[in-house]
Design a protein around this ligand. Sequence first.
Ligand code: CUA
Length: 332
Amino acid sequence: MPLVVLVVLFAGGATAVALLLPWLPTAAALQASEIDPVFWMVIGISIFVFAIVEAVIVHSVFAFRAPPDDDSDGPPVHGHAALEIIWTVIPTALVIAIGIYSAIVVARLGQLPKHHLTVDVTAQQYAWTFKYPGAGGITSGELRLPLGEATLLRMTSLDVIHAFFVPQFRQNEDVVPGLTSTLIVTPTRLGTYPVICNELCGLGHSVMRSEAVVMRPAAFAAWEKSQSKAISSSSPSVAGAAVFKNNGCSACHTLTAAGATGKVGPDLDKLSTWAAEAKQPLVPFVRTSIVDPNAYIQPGFPKNVMPQTFASLPKQQLDALVQYLISSSKKG
Ligand code: CUA
């Protein structure tokens, strides 16, 4: 088969695979419109190189095959200066082009509009916490964002290296202890998208997930208001439920009252049974298990999986959480 036909066949096949399968998830952020063209440029270049290389290989296999009983050495070939220059110069130019275009896009992604929302993101084994410094420091276990508003994520880790990734927002950024890394996200589509930890960070890496919820600005403002009200509520059941939800407890624990069905850690519906097994009074047992989880490990569960960082919860929130857990588990 002539070389040109092979090139066309390989290019057509690879293009079909690239275009007919849905590789990229729905774009939900302004930044996707900058990043996706880089993807497609690299895909296009890859198809171009792939088609030529594969066509030459397949063509050579047939065109230069030795007859079955030909044991002679091949002809001595010195090389081909023109060909070597071509296959050095063209790929070099392509790689430089990708580099320049990427650098321009990365610079554009770092531009922060003056009017923006700031969210402090904390990663820890194995949960995400989102804090809203502009709204009285409310915290949330899921990332709530207003539609159309640029949001600066200031991210840090309390233990090991994690990575923040929402496929629909396209950008991935490492979250490193001792550093504050930033990411700017401008949501353009209402909906709920997965927040994924994209860096192998330990036993619970695969469950280190949360959600990004893009809301209408009015709904977002109402949510902020209701959150700051709930946390400062004098009713422990209201405040405790908010603290439980906001700190991502349901990712790992079951608690019927909160609709939580996590299976990574002990079932919180049975707290009084666990306290009795540990031969400890219920209230200090629950409190210690939150602030110093390694003090007593429930048989059958590994050490160091529960984050050891909840000792930093404000006392009022911790009290509310303990009371909430105890009263909810009695009902469960
Ligand atoms: Cu955190 Cu993987």
